[in-house]
Design a protein around this ligand. Structure first.
Ligand SMILES: Cc1cc2nc3c(=O)[nH]c(=O)nc-3n(C[C@H](O)[C@H](O)[C@H](O)COP(=O)(O)OP(=O)(O)OC[C@H]3O[C@@H](n4cnc5c(N)ncnc54)[C@H](O)[C@@H]3O)c2cc1C
Ligand code: FES
Length: 293
């Protein structure tokens, strides 16, 4: 008999930790050992998490694959499903479907500089690629990370990013931080200490701080939709080809596998399903698909 593609696998919440007022870090472990072993994913893919009687929602996997088959997620509480997930204690069970979507072209990016640009919660899928590229440091040239936050209180994975900031180039990654509230005291302290790597303003301002080598760089952007336009323009000004600028999109989804049509964007012959053709698209796609950014 054919397997029902909508049937979720059971996973246990092994960690549920508050990171900020809105976001939690969640670590899941698939219950069945064989399922866990077969659960191979590309960085940048997403999974559907369900709670019986409440519903289902897509989330980016925010860690690289590890030998213990654990899945890390960073979830912002917003509506019915997200707030119900975040209320669950450690040891509770959820359903998992996936992994879905295309993910980042890791092989294609080997030998290039990587520029990762994250705004707010957009850091979730980019953390996985940061972990991977630092673990496989020899495969990439310069790794630069731009992270834009509103205030220090909204900064996700604070310990990890503070340690990149403190580590400077020795950390393997040139990490830059921008913050939007110019009066935020903790951000001002960070700026006083790391004035070359931390500044107030929106994330696209960080381009003032570093040189980009256009033909050897892959840029990946993830954050609020307005960011794609502004960061895309900065990269275009610096001659980074639109095929080497990748964006990771979020759209309302239902099935996650190209069946319901809920996530379709574009028109005419350039219709794209965010769930199965994406969520990673090139900036070239964005410029040629109606409603993508
Ligand atoms: C590929 C992909 C990856 C994602 N990764 C993450 C992640 O790593 N962490 C995370 O916290 N969230 C992520 N999301 C968003 C997450 O799926 C939604 O926040 C979730 O579906 C909301 O469900 P809910 O039942 O809690 O909210 P609902 O009760 O359905 O809605 C609450 C409010 O949120 C708005 N909303 C719901 N879904 C979206 C959406 N996709 N985009 C914009 N607004 C929305 C609704 O319009 C409404 O105003 C991702 C979405 C996609 C498509
Ligand atoms: S979410 Fe159903 S087709 Fe994409």
């Amino acid at each position: 008999m054919m397997e029902n593609v909508f049937l979720p696998k059971l996973a246990k919440i092994v960690k549920n930790e508050k990171m900020t007022a809105m976001e939690h870090f969640l670590r899941l472990q698939l219950l069945d050992k064989k399922t866990a072993e077969e659960f191979q994913y590309n960085l940048g893919q997403f999974i559907e998490i369900s709670i019986m009687g409440v519903g289902e929602a897509p989330f980016s996997i925010c860690s690289m694959q590890n030998q213990k088959y654990l899945l890390d997620l960073c979830i912002r509480s917003g509506g019915r499903v997200t707030s119900a997930i975040l209320r669950l204690g450690e040891g509770s069970l959820v359903g998992v479907r996936g992994p879905y979507g295309n993910g980042f072209p890791l092989k294609e990016m080997e030998g290039s500089n990587l520029l990762l640009v994250a705004g707010g919660l957009g850091v979730a899928p980019l953390r996985s690629i940061l972990q991977y590229s630092l673990k496989n440091r020899a495969k990439y040239r310069d790794i630069t990370f731009f992270y834009g936050i509103r205030t220090y209180d909204t900064m996700l994975f604070r310990d990890e990013f503070n340690s990149l900031l403190a580590g400077g180039d020795e950390s393997g990654c040139k990490f830059y931080l921008s913050y939007e509230d110019p009066k935020d005291e903790q951000c001002l302290l960070l700026e006083a200490e790391y004035s070359d790597r931390c500044m107030s303003g929106v994330v696209s301002k960080l381009f003032e701080r570093t040189e980009i080598s256009p033909k050897d760089t892959y840029a990946i952007i993830c954050g609020p939709s307005i960011m794609y336009k502004f960061v895309g323009q900065e990269l275009t000004k610096r001659d980074v080809p639109p095929e080497r600028i990748l964006i990771s999109l979020e759209r309302r989804m239902r099935c996650g596998i190209g069946k319901c049509g809920n996530c379709i964007i574009g028109d005419g012959s350039s219709i794209r399903y965010v769930c199965k053709d994406g969520p990673v698209f090139t900036y070239w796609d964005a410029l040629h698909t109606k409603g993508m950014i």
